[in-house]
Each structure stands twice: as structure tokens, then as C-alpha cells.
Design a protein around this ligand. Sequence first.
Ligand SMILES: Nc1ncnc2c1ncn2[C@@H]1O[C@H](COP(=O)(O)OP(=O)(O)OP(=O)(O)O)[C@@H](O)[C@H]1O
Ligand SMILES: [Mg+2]
Length: 233
Amino acid sequence: MVLDASGLKFVDPFGLTLLGAGFQELITWGQRVVVHGLSADVGGYLRRMDLFAGVELRDCAPVMTRRRNRQDALVELTCILDRDTASDAAGRLTNALVGAVPGVDRDEAPDQMTGLTEVDRLGMPIQYVLSELLENALTHARRVGYQGARVWVAGQYYPTNDLVRLAVTDNGCGFLATLRNHPDLRGETHRDAILTAMKPRVSCNRDLGLREDTTNEGVGLTTVLRRARAARH
Ligand SMILES: Nc1ncnc2c1ncn2[C@@H]1O[C@H](COP(=O)(O)OP(=O)(O)OP(=O)(O)O)[C@@H](O)[C@H]1O
Ligand SMILES: [Mg+2]
């Protein structure tokens, strides 16, 4: 597959995880992936984000060797296969992103009563969201014939608009496959399934009645959504 990247101007973390997952899948199928025409700016960024493992770059502008801007917090594209790597990646991403927020003192002494620092307070929602999405991707996405599904994460803090963007992408079975028989599902599209999954207490794995099977409450995505909305204020 040959990709002409000469018109590529900007890639956010979600684009990055999608491209990374796509490239990896093609390479696993034995395909060659060639990217050409990358500009120095975009190419330098994507290389730093480790997007091009196993990808052939052709006619691309030379890499800029400028050191990383301190405020330019990014976490490289990371592929996750199991829970151990998941908690590592969630911690690393959270620290990198919180560390980039202006005015945050990494050496601040913990509050005497709560034992928390500002880094902890800012990092907790990010860590929660990441852990929840990773946990979903490592369990639900691997149902119905997709046991080998993988997960990609990436993140970036954008100082200009004080914005954190996180992305978690899996190549598993998709929401519709896990929720197809759920009584709350109104339509047969992935969009319907995703909107249903965001409602409180909707889970494909609730009250299965098998004692030894772990069950879920169906509140993870609802909480993720609430936290993301609350972060706007
Ligand atoms: N990555 C995914 N791939 C496929 N289906 C998913 C994925 N993430 C979530 N889902 C579906 O959406 C449902 C709701 O997810 P949510 O995180 O809200 O609840 P849960 O994981 O079932 O329970 P809890 O998070 O409370 O342990 C899941 O039960 C599953 O059916
Ligand atoms: Mg969940």
C-alpha cells in the first residue's frame, strides 16, 4: 500500500492511533506499507510519536533534530496487549500530560489532610478515563472471535487552547457485536450500540448469573463521559 502524505497537515492522537492500528494490521497480513511526500513538520512529529515502525518512508523531508519543546507533552503511540502494559501506559500518559500543564509544580509537597498533590488531583480523572477505556478494550473488544485484538493509545497536551486529547483505539469486535442482544438497543448500527453503551448500567456482561464469572456494572463509559464533560468547566 502506497500512501501519498503530501497533503497531510495535522494528526491528532485519534488519527495517530487509527493510522498505527491500520499500519500494524496491514503489516501483520504481510503487506508492505510505503508513505511518501511527508513534510518535515508532520513527518518529524509522527516519527517522534513512533508511528512508522515497519513502514517504509520515501521522498520525505529530512527529520528536524530540534529538541522537544518542554510544553509539548506527548505520549508516543503505544500498542497494548495485556493488563500489565495497560497500567504502565496509563500512568506514563497521565504523568506526561499533567506535567505539561503550565504552573503545575511536580515537586509540590502533598496536602497535609488529603495526602494529594496538584499532580494527583489533575491526573486522577485522566488516569480513570484511560484505565476504563483500556480495560474495556482488553475485555469486551476481545469477545466473539476477536481474542487477539490489540489496543493503541496516544495523547497530547495542546498548550494554546489548554486541551488534553486522549485516544484509545482497538481492533476488536466493535460495540455492536457485544450489545447486539441487549434489550436497550434500538437500532442495528454501530452508532446505536455506542450510544446505548454510554447509558448508565448498560453492559454486555451484567447479571450473567454465573458466580465464578466476573460481571460488570455498566457504569464505566457513563463515568468517562461525565468526567470529560466536567473537565470543560
Ligand atoms: N472497546 C469495546 N469494544 C466492544 N464493546 C465495548 C467496548 N467498550 C465497551 N463496550 C460495550 O459497551 C458496554 C458498556 O461499557 P461500560 O464500560 O460502560 O460498562 P462495562 O465495562 O460493561 O462495566 P463496568 O465498566 O462498569 O465494569 C460494554 O459492556 C460492552 O458491551
Ligand atoms: Mg467498562
